[in-house]
Structures are given as C-alpha cells and as structure tokens.
Design a protein around this ligand. Structure first.
Ligand code: JHZ
Ligand code: SAH
Ligand code: ZN
Length: 407
C-alpha cells in the first residue's frame, strides 16, 4: 500500500515489473560502478481512481544536465507540436500581450513556433543540454523544475499566463499538488492549463506496458483528471484523444465555472465508465496480458537465435528499458540497437547493456530481424527504412501482441 499523491487515499498495488534501472541512463561502459536500480510497481487509488507508481525515483536522478531525450528527433512529433502551437496562437493567445508558459519545453520543439510568431513565452526545463538547444534558437528557458515556488517567482516577474502547457511532462511529476498550486498562482482568470500524456485507455487496450517506467509516474484517464482538477479549484473542460506516442489524451483545464465542459469530454468519461478502466479486475487482466507478451517475445527471440538469425533493435527508447529488463533481453538476444540520438550512441542501454549504434549500422549490416522499440514511430521509421524490408529484413513488434509486421 502507498498513499495517493493526488488525494492521500490508499493506493493498492496491482503490477510489479521488478528491479529496473533509470530508463534514460545510457552508460558508457558495463564496468562502471553504481548503476541505480529500484522496484517498478504500479497501483490504483481506491478513492480518486488515479493509477500511479508505488514509489517515485528522485527527480534529479532522471532530469539533469545529460538527459538524453530530444523531442525534435521525430519529424511527426515536430509537426504535431507545430500544429499545437498554431492552435494556441489562434484560439488562446489572442489578447494584447499574450503569454504562454511551457512545463518541460525540452529542445524547444513547441515554443519555436510561438517565438517565430513574436508571442511572449517561457519554458521551464531543468535538463541542461536539451534546454541549451532551445536557448540557442533564441527561446526563453528557465532552468528549473516547475512547482509552486518557481511558478510564484515567475508570476511576480512576468505576470499571469494565458496558457500553461505541458506535453509528456505532467504525468512525470509526482508532486502534482505543488504543480496545481503553481498553476493557480500563475494562470490568468480565464486562462487554460493544457496537458497531454499517454492515456490509460490506450495502454490497457494496446497492452503497451512499456509506457510504465521511472519517468511516467501517473497514468491518467479523463475521470481521474476530472477529480484531480476539482480538488485544486479547477475544472476539466475538454479531453481530446491524440494518436501520438501510441495514444494520448490532451486535457484542458480552466478555473472552476469559467468555461463550459465539451461534449467530447462527457462522451469520453461515459466510455471510460463503461470500460471500467480503473477497476481492479480490468487491471489484473492487463497484468496477465503483459506476462503473455513477455513469454511470446522471449520465446520468439530464443527461437530466432537457435535458427542462427541476426536480430537487432530500432530506437533506444526509455520505454524499452522496461521491456528489456522485465523480459531479460540482453545482447545475447538482441545484438545492438540503433538510434539517431548522438547522446545515446556508443553507449549501453540501461540495465541490460545492449550497445547503441547509429542508424548507419542498420543500413550497412543487413540484419534478419529488427525489434521495433520505437513502435510509436512505426510509420515514420518504416517509411525511411524501406530498404531493410526490400533486402529481406522483417520487423518484430510487441504491441498489441508479439507479431511480425505485415506477416
Ligand atoms: P520515443 C521519451 O520516451 C521519454 P521514449 C519521456 N519520458 C517521454 O514521455 C517520451 O519520450 C515523450 C529514436 N529515433 O519518442 C529517437 C530514431 O532513432 O519513442 C529516440 O531515442 N529514429 C520524456 O524514449 C527514440 O528513437 C527515428 O526515426 O520512449 C524514440 O523515443 C525516430 C523517429 C526516433 O520516446
Ligand atoms: N514536451 C516535450 C518533452 C517531454 S520530455 C515532448 O513532449 O516531447 C519531459 C521533459 O520534462 C524533460 O525534458 C524533463 O527535463 C522535463 N521535466 C521534468 N520534470 C519537470 C518539471 N517539474 N518542470 C519542468 N520540466 C520538467
Ligand atoms: Zn487518490
């Protein structure tokens, strides 16, 4: 049992993914001392239905100078954030001196478009090198964690924000009470707090258990976010399903009573209630699914090894740390993994120590099979790696079940 980080209710554990390393910690050598491990387990709050990790990893261990995830690494995601920024410019940032604050602005993938439009902005980004990339393109970035104290400071110097936005960041923050108090201090009376994160509904349906790792602390539903917003004097007014990162929802929150809830929100909540998304029996079925995927994937990789096939992987994702460490997949089953991120290349994956190489190796060293760790970018990756298939290569996917693509 643990205590809910939103409502202080009792959280009941339903899934134990065992001993796990930091999902974005790529080491330069296996002999290096002191790799950090923790027990990755997930529970559901009996009171407010929020699904959450049983224990948090200290934030400085995850988000620091050398944090290696660069949001602009996917052209589909670049387009997604450009569209998102344009929408804010059109619908919310229309007053005389509009101001948008982004929580987790990373390399500036969203704020770039805001800046080009000449609109006042500020990113909160504690991870040093990714923030520097944003600063190099002229963006204003505060190198701090967003929480109550830092939000109040920014409000004192910059005034109220019309939009507070966070993509793939709010679900990373266990101290959400402090975040909501910060948003309360910073947001204009008719402003909106908008965030998008992986959707529990998609995770259960796609059995994408790899969305569970140290950085992903919360697994939201419209129901749980609605209850959370109300607790802090806000109101959930819209929920929009998004296709990115394997299925997300964008939540729009306003001050209580300030805006009318949308039809789409009412529909999504009704659908969630019908599916019983946070019922323990539904969650236990998910746990059984995960064990099936582990058996199938390890079985397939062992068979391919016995047949003398070469297997590599594509995308040294944070998500894949959960898959490799939970399934026990090391360099004996997957020779190496390719990734476009220079900060990951030449290093080893967390825990299982699979070497990371540049995609050049993928083009020159024809493997028989490629395990697609970045399955959420399947379309983009398969489109640019068509030669792999032409040369006889095959893609292995494990979402929503273990299969060979197109087979
Ligand atoms: P991708 C990270 O998760 C961590 P990850 C974080 N916790 C989160 O929530 C999401 O991002 C948003 C590479 N790649 O996006 C780049 C190629 O090599 O699935 C990345 O290393 N070639 C903040 O790491 C990785 O794959 C390509 O063509 O699970 C993709 O990581 C493309 C498109 C990507 O997120
Ligand atoms: N918004 C981008 C980045 C997601 S990565 C995208 O969707 O691709 C998550 C980012 O949040 C990391 O860069 C991390 O450093 C940052 N982060 C984590 N906790 C934070 C906090 N409390 N305040 C601001 N940023 C935070
Ligand atoms: Zn709760």
């Amino acid at each position: 049992m643990s205590t809910c980080r939103v409502c202080d209710g009792d959280v009941v554990e339903f899934l134990d993914l065992g001993r796990q390393p930091l999902s974005d910690h790529f080491r330069s050598g296996p002999g290096l001392p002191g790799e950090f491990f923790y027990r990755l387990a997930v529970g559901v709050c009996g009171d407010c239905t929020m699904v959450q990790l049983m224990k948090e990893v200290p934030r400085e261990k995850m988000f620091h100078e050398d944090y290696p995830y660069y949001s602009s690494g996917s052209s589909v995601m670049q387009k997604h954030f450009e569209d998102t920024a344009r929408r804010f410019l059109k619908t919310e940032l229309t007053g005389p001196d509009p101001f948008i604050v982004e929580i987790g602005s990373n390399d500036g993938v969203l704020l770039r478009t805001i800046h080009e439009a000449g609109v006042r902005h500020l990113g909160f980004e504690p991870s040093g090198k990714v923030a520097d990339v944003a600063r190099a393109s002229g963006l204003r970035v505060h190198g701090d964690f967003f929480e109550e104290v830092s939000a109040i400071e920014v409000h004192e110097s910059e005034g109220s924000a019309d939009v507070v936005y966070g993509a793939n960041t709010i679900c990373h923050i266990p101290y959400l009470k402090s975040v909501f108090r910060g948003v309360d201090a910073l947001l204009a009376p008719d402003g909106v707090f908008v965030f998008e994160d992986p959707y529990l509904g998609d995770i259960l349906e796609k059995r994408s258990f790899d969305q569970i790792y140290d950085e992903h602390f919360f697994f939201f539903t419209a129901r749980s976010v609605q209850a959370m917003a109300a607790r802090f004097g806000f109101e959930l007014i819209d929920a929009e399903r998004l296709p990115v990162h394997g299925g997300e929802v964008r939540y729009t929150i306003a001050r209580a009573g300030a805006r009318r809830p949308s039809e789409a929100l009412v529909r999504l909540i009704a659908e969630e209630d019908a599916r019983g998304l946070s019922d323990l029996c539904r969650l236990h079925r998910f746990v059984a699914d995960i064990h099936g995927i582990r058996d199938d994937l390890v079985g397939l990789l062992r068979r391919l090894k016995d047949e003398g096939k070469t297997v590599v992987a594509y995308g040294a994702t944070a998500k894949s740390a959960t898959v490799t460490n939970f399934c026990g997949i090391g360099p004996d089953l997957v020779a190496w993994v390719c990734d476009t991120t220079p900060a990951k290349q030449g290093r080893l994956t967390p825990g299982m120590h699979i070497p990371v190489r540049s995609p050049d190796a993928f083009a020159t060293e024809a493997a028989d099979y490629a395990l697609l760790f970045a399955w959420n970018h399947a379309e983009e990756i398969m489109a640019k790696e068509q030669e792999f298939r032409r040369a006889g290569g095959q893609w292995i996917l494990y979402v929503p079940e273990v299969h060979i693509a197109g087979a």
